[in-house]
Design a protein around this ligand. Structure first.
Ligand code: ZN
Length: 416
């Protein structure tokens, strides 16, 4: 499904986002094909492609052969249209990358640190942002910084509690400070929203309108994407499936309840059950070795995790009926593959019989980098998104770009 343009005067930014989305999805597309896809007049589309070229997000190139009699010009996203920095913050460490508009990682950095100390996290983020920013091509625009964090982020009973969250934090004011110190536009979101956006814009969910994304990392999160927009719920905390109770009187959870899914299906639960170090504390190497050796205890853990994944998939499908469930996050792909394979055959659900069983769960192709790439997408996301309701509260500093995209300026970091 392609979103349709509208001829109302106030809809100009909306139309630009739709056109950008068509170009992104197609990879390379003629003006005639854009006109056909978005139901806007040829003149309006011409104006929009001109605008997008003028800010460097889109490039046009002359095709060798004529396409159905139309002027032989194709529009594409511009890989040299600046870059952005994505930061994925998880308990125990952060990873970050400088990424161009088409999703290529130009430079990556990883740091293990005590994330329970927000000041330490800020100092590391500032240092990494400055370092990565200096790696971009001289003169190229830096669109901003996207930060993906474990949710829920809106203050609730279960925010900032336990070892799978940013324990010890009380708010996200250090992101405002990051903006103040670096002078860059800073946007943040829950890690599962960032991962889902990344998959939707340039990953395995590129052709999908409605899917469910599972973030399998130190903790476990989820995001529902509807018509290519993240569903946020009444308070912005929707689909925190990690705290979905799956075992009556099960393991005690940090949220205060018992038997939450995350207690059986997350890297933290794995480390705890097997008595190995946490991921950031040599756990990564230990886990890699166990995976390489097909360690029996590890496979036993995968088997119990698979039971709970099977239930979760059935619940998600029956309630939400997504086209597929995409699994990404910082968990090693081989681990996720074991769990998904052991979860077969899946339970019967409203998706069963409609699609091939292998299409009910799809793994991210950049498993361990999905959050970081999703985070990098955040600053550019509002330009690439065709949906008004997912727009960020905060805007960039350039009046030229803001005017073009219908944006306004507020202070502090913005949330997607
Ligand atoms: Zn819980």
């Amino acid at each position: 499904m392609v979103s349709r343009g509208t001829s109302q005067q106030s809809s100009a930014p909306f139309n630009r986002r739709i056109v950008l989305d068509v170009i992104r999805r197609a990879g390379s597309v003629s003006r005639k094909e854009i006109v056909d896809a978005v139901s806007l007049s040829p003149q309006t589309v011409a104006n929009i492609t001109h605008d997008l070229e003028s800010i460097g997000l889109v490039v046009s190139r002359r095709l060798k052969e004529k396409v159905r009699g139309q002027p032989p010009i194709a529009f594409e996203l511009n890989p040299h249209g600046g870059s952005s920095i994505g930061i994925s913050l998880e308990p125990g460490g952060l990873s970050a990358a400088l990424v161009n508009p088409v999703g290529d990682v130009i430079k990556k950095r990883e740091v293990d640190l005590d994330t329970r100390n927000p000041r330490k996290v800020l100092a590391n983020m500032v240092s990494i942002v400055k370092d990565l920013g200096s790696r971009r091509v001289a003169g190229e625009r830096l669109w901003g910084v996207g930060v993906a964090l474990p949710g829920p982020l809106v203050l609730t009973d279960i925010s900032f509690v336990g070892p799978t969250a940013l324990e010890g934090w009380t708010d996200l004011s250090i992101l405002d400070e990051l903006r103040g110190v670096t002078g860059l536009h800073v946007v943040y979101s829950v890690d599962s929203v960032a991962g889902a956006l990344g998959e939707s814009l340039s990953g395995v969910a590129k052709g999908l309108d409605t899917f469910f994304y599972i973030h399998f990392g130190v903790g476990l999160g989820g995001t529902l994407v509807v018509n290519r927009s993240a569903y946020k719920g009444a308070s912005g905390n929707a689909t925190e499936i990690g705290h979905m109770p799956v075992v009556a009187n099960g393991k005690a959870c940090y949220c205060g309840n018992r038997g939450c899914l995350e207690r059986y299906l997350s890297l933290h639960s794995l480390a705890e059950d097997l008595g190995i170090p946490e991921v950031h504390d040599r756990g990564k190497e230990v886990l890699a070795r166990m995976l390489a050796e097909d360690d029996k205890r590890l496979l036993a853990w995968c088997k119990q995790a698979a039971v709970h994944l099977r239930s979760a998939v059935c619940t998600v499908e029956n309630i939400l009926d997504p086209e597929t469930i995409v699994i990404g996050g910082s968990a090693p792909k081989r681990l996720v593959e074991h769990v998904v394979r052991m979860a077969q055959p899946l339970d019967r659900s409203v998706r069963g019989g409609l699609v091939h069983p292998t299409e009910r769960i799809v793994l991210s192709e950049r498993q361990e980098d999905s959050s970081i790439l999703g985070a990098a997408v955040l600053p550019i996301h509002e330009m690439l998104s065709p949906r008004v309701e997912v727009l960020m509260k905060d805007r960039r500093d350039s009046p030229k770009v803001e005017g073009l995209l219908g944006q306004r300026v507020t202070s502090g970091a913005g949330r997607v």
